[in-house]
Design a protein around this ligand. Structure first.
Ligand SMILES: [Zn+2]
Length: 125
């Protein structure tokens, strides 16, 4: 199997509902996101997927939430914008597109969100 990984970042506000602690009040994080792709076959150029293409897929997903209050945006008006749910959000948004682009040759293996330098949450299926 081959894997390809791209990291990026965004800065957003959030607060956690039904939670007692620091994160119940509105505040911001400089988040980092890492998306890892997996696949068994390379393309004609010997790539699983051009890093540039993965960045292009991640860009609009990031732009939608960068410098926003996450709680005001779907699906975080309903579910909490926790690092766990953000990881799943990136997984779902990027996986659908990548599978389409590559006719199922490449899919997302996992997504990790850094809420701080030392705390991460990962989603995979
Ligand atoms: Zn927080």
């Amino acid at each position: 199997m081959y894997e390809v990984t791209v990291e990026s970042g965004f800065s957003s506000g959030h607060y956690l509902r039904n939670y007692r602690g620091k994160c119940e009040n509105p505040h911001g994080h400089n988040y980092k996101v890492r998306v890892t792709l997996v696949g068994r076959e390379l393309d004609a150029a010997g790539l699983l997927l051009d890093f540039k293409l993965l960045k292009q897929v991640m860009r609009p997903v990031i732009d939608r939430i960068d410098h926003q209050m996450l709680n005001d945006l779907e699906p975080f008006t309903e579910i909490n914008p926790s690092a766990e749910n953000l990881a799943r959000y990136f997984y779902d948004e990027t996986n659908v597109q990548l599978r389409e682009m590559t006719s199922g040759r490449v899919c997302v293996k996992d997504c990790t969100i850094w809420e701080t330098d030392t705390t991460t949450a990962t989603y995979y299926e």
